[in-house]
Design a protein around this ligand. Structure first.
Ligand code: E4P
Length: 214
């Protein structure tokens, strides 16, 4: 499973990219609004940092508006991936982008049928939101498992982005389920490195080393 960073915070993107583990970035209107500033300028900065798909979401609700917005976004850089909502209009726009060879990420996926529809409309990526399903006492990871199974059985090459990841167990389970990508905030990404026994081990090694020198 590859790692994408789910943020519009350029400083966090820079820090995560230095770790060498980031293959792309996902943003959404809420994340962009949290940072403020000019959206296109922000994207121009992000594409210079991370060499991989950078999802930029449209806000129009009709296919025509989505295509217009998406085409402008895609002019920023070839890595810009147009993020579209999982609606009938979103599917129409997805189909238009697929015909033009522009990458898309169909977002707000909460059922396997939505994922299948997006894939058949030509989506490059689908983003099932597992954390938001868990939030309403539904099995988010079950959805990831179902989509992986359906795409495997039918030889669908649309990549599955496990999204709305909240903690390290989501990451492990999404990877085990076969999600191609996990997108997560910076704090979740860095928490994957932490273990108290690692810290205790470093402390003991240093203590023993100091003892040897005496
Ligand atoms: C994915 O592309 C979304 O931006 C994101 O994962 C949503 O996560 P949230 O449910 O924590 O807002």
């Amino acid at each position: 499973m590859k790692f994408f960073l789910d943020t519009a915070n350029v400083a966090d993107i820079r820090k995560a990219n230095e770790l060498g583990v980031i293959a792309g970035v996902t943003t959404n209107p809420s994340l962009v609004a949290k940072e403020g500033g000019d959206f296109h300028a922000m994207l121009r900065e992000i594409v210079q940092i991370v060499d991989g798909p950078i999802s930029a979401e449209v806000i129009s609700l009709d296919a025509e508006g989505m295509v217009e917005e998406g085409l402008k976004l895609s002019e920023i850089h070839p890595n810009i991936t147009i993020k579209l909502p999982m609606t009938l209009e979103g599917l129409k726009a997805c189909h238009q982008f697929a015909k033009r060879g522009i990458k898309t990420n169909v977002t707000l996926i909460f059922t396997a049928n939505q994922a299948l529809m997006a894939a058949r409309a030509g989506a490059t990526f689908v983003s099932p939101f597992l954390g938001r399903l868990d939030d309403i006492s539904t099995d988010g990871m079950g959805l990831i498992n179902d989509i992986v199974q359906i795409f495997t059985v039918h030889g669908i090459d649309t990549e599955i982005i496990a999204a709305s990841i909240r903690h390290p167990i989501h990451v492990t389970q999404a990877a085990m389920a076969g999600a191609h990508i996990g997108t997560m905030p910076y704090n979740v990404l860095t928490s994957l490195v932490k273990h108290p026994l690692t810290d205790a081990g470093i402390e003991r090694f240093l203590k023993d080393w100091e003892g040897m020198k005496k």
